[in-house]
Ligand binder design. Structure first.
Ligand code: PLP
Length: 369
């Protein structure tokens, strides 16, 4: 079966993880700050805190905004469930908006349609790795969270995605462009938010066992003491995850070249097929991460089943959240998200695909009709 998503690890990740295990320090440790520094240098961030998942980073991002309890946060319906769960768990109200049918990203007009006197913030997603047109959204005057889970490597007007908003997050889960097995990260316009994030991620203490026992012990008489600064849960990333991430950072350019090559081949091949709507390309000067290749087709379900029967796994990213009863917004009409729910399909794009896989995928799809 050809998988729809995948990361690629090799000898370098195995060596780093082995070293980490041999050091007998597998939990939070020195590799985390090494990864954070290297990530900042690679992508040009002023600050960055690694955490244990993109989902938890989203929750932390919402908390960092310090909104009045019960504030409404406007976010796309066409996104991963963690976005809305983070809002709810932080004591706020997710208010879903539509996306543009072509970019599959939120526009200012989509957000504006949902603004009320309770609106406290906006959450945007760089869907598939295509940078969101964030400037007009920022002009609406609310704090903005950027979910750049898909957009490690994407850039917009010279800035890395993940540095476009007040607070931004990344995911490094097992299928992301840059994987740490599971993991996430958070960046912010204001450095003090990331200082706070580094305190929050260890139960609001800010001083991990590693800090207390290894790196900081000589700095105080009773190094085991700590102040609990805020109520929070544990989101510490592991030394092992950071070890994988360090190796991934060395090879991300090559991994991205492979993704781009597959994307360009699909665009050329499917651009000629009249029943397939291909995804839009990135604006000149911006950079795409090519996390997912999402086509739109009539008879989407039939195509998905036909591909599965032919050994090709596909998926819909994502079933619109407003259609889920949990959020009690099923009466809302968001026509573009609902249309995408009918005709969008993500087909395989990842660095483990061989040229033969790509040729097979193209041929089988073209033979569908
Ligand atoms: C848009 C989006 N946001 C957040 C996340 C959550 O990231 P994680 O899987 O690291 O928790 C995902 C995961 O796929 C995602 O697609």
């Amino acid at each position: 079966m050809i998988s729809v998503f995948g990361s690629m690890v090799g000898e370098e990740e195995i060596r780093n993880v082995k070293e980490c295990m041999e050091s007998q320090w597998m939990g939070f440790g020195g590799n985390v700050s090494k990864f954070e520094d290297k990530f900042c240098k690679k992508f040009g961030h002023a600050n960055f805190a690694m955490v244990d998942s993109g989902s938890n980073a989203l929750y932390m991002a919402v908390v960092l905004l310090d909104l009045p309890m019960g504030s409404e946060i406007i976010l796309p319906s066409y996104t991963w469930v963690s976005c809305a769960q983070a809002v709810l768990l932080a004591g706020h109200v997710p208010v879903f908006c539509d996306v543009d049918i072509e970019t599959m990203n939120v526009r200012d007009i989509d957000v504006e349609a949902q603004v009320t006197e309770k609106t406290g913030a906006v959450m945007v997603v760089d869907y598939a790795g295509l940078p969101v047109e964030i400037e007009p959204i920022k002009d609406l005057g609310f704090p903005v969270i950027e979910d750049a889970a898909h957009a490690v490597y994407s850039t917009h007007k010279g800035l890395p995605c993940g540095a476009l908003a007040d607070v931004s997050i990344y995911s490094f889960d097992a299928v992301k462009n840059l994987t740490t097995g599971e993991g996430g990260g958070i960046t912010a316009k204001r450095d003090e938010l990331i200082t706070r994030a580094k305190t929050l991620r260890y139960c609001g203490i800010g001083k991990s066992g590693f800090d207390a026992a290894v790196s900081d012990a000589k700095k105080s008489i009773r190094w085991w003491e700590y102040n609990i600064q805020e109520p929070f849960i544990k989101m510490l990333p592991t030394n092992m995850a950071a070890a994988i991430g360090l190796a991934q950072l060395d090879k991300i350019d090559t991994l991205q070249d492979t993704r781009k090559k597959i994307w360009d081949t699909y665009q050329a091949e499917f651009g000629e097929v009249d029943w397939i709507t291909t995804p839009v390309d990135v604006d000149a000067g911006d950079r795409h991460s090519y996390f997912t290749y999402c086509i739109r087709v009539p008879s989407r379900d039939d195509l998905a089943h036909y591909l599965l029967d032919n050994g090709i796994y596909t998926t819909l990213r994502y079933h619109p959240l407003h259609m889920n009863p949990l959020y009690k917004q099923m009466d809302k009409r968001l026509p573009n998200s609902e249309k995408l729910n009918q005709d969008a399909l993500s087909i395989p794009i990842h660095p483990r695909l061989s040229e033969e896989d790509v040729r097979k995928i193209i041929q089988i799809i073209k033979d569908f009709i």
